[in-house]
Design a protein around this ligand. Sequence first.
Ligand code: F6P
Length: 365
Amino acid sequence: MKKRVLVLTGGGDCPGLNAVIRGIVKRAAQEEDWEVIGSIQSFDGILREPTEIMVLDEKAVAGIHFQGGTILGTTTKGGPFAWPIKEKDGTWSSVDRSDEMIRKLQYMGIDAVINIGGDGSQKISQALFEKGLNIIGVPKTIDNDLSSTDYTFGFQTAVQIATEAVDKLVTTAASHNRVIILEVMGRDAGWIALHSSIAGGAEVCLIPEIPYDINKVLQVVKNRFVDGKGHVNIVISEGAKPKGGETITKESNEVGNANLKLGGVASKLLYELKDAGCEADMRETVLGHLQRGGVPNAFDRILATQFGVKAMEMALEGKFGEMVAYRHPEIISVQFLEAISKYNYVNRDSTLIKTALGIGMCLGD
Ligand code: F6P
């Protein structure tokens, strides 16, 4: 019987997931004694009865490297350690089904698991590894917030989409003499906002790592408007907050989703500016999930393919408990514990921040 590797995608989707899957399958196809199976919607495909899996052969992955989303589907809810259960009174609770799932994987003849996901997914990988599962991680997130890899795939595509949005908003802001605020993704790290602000030429960039002073932002507007004429483009991360204030969050009402939902910070900033005395005409735009969908750019396709090939090679070597990572110019692997221990924040003293300040950008402090 052939050896089996199980592949799954977990957490929010991200351009490049399909290119990783294709990389794994194409590398496995060079080995006579290995086959690849995909679990539908992360581990849910294994936990469901009947099991939801698909055979991943070269035919199944042909041409998927430039497709957005994931052919396996994904989820941000539940998982083996917190499977949602509906109680008789209609309320929801959760149960740990990890042992049962590991037994099922043994029964299915799975020799290795490749979990493609962000930091939440890799925490699950570590917990399953501690229970004896042969598991390998591939980092994924448009937020680029994992510290052990130079970049995650999907990030460059998201930056490109956000930059194109800034470009478009600059021309409409200039035509109407307006302040336009663009809200981009980035829960705790402002990488998308910072990169797209520099690339698109925004005057103000507000990120979670640097709480903003509304008067500093207002000053930029005042400086750039003469006799009611002028324009200002502001890019703000969804997780940004004023000095002494809080990030705007609301509890998710989706069963099994423990994440707080972000959103609304652009609108909040608009009213804060108005309250502070801003007289300019203002508008806000929320880019949202446009940043996560669609075709990955060439950089992300290449990085994703490198990650897929490396992950399969780790399965062949029996190198488990580790996550693939990019440390220019190499593709390496790091232990899960190292991968999940440190968050990748924008450092106030970094070269990129110095560049932003060097071109006169206001970071709100
Ligand atoms: O973690 C990636 C991310 O894109 C965050 O920036 C954002 O807050 C979140 O996903 C949105 O998740 P969902 O699709 O579950 O609303």
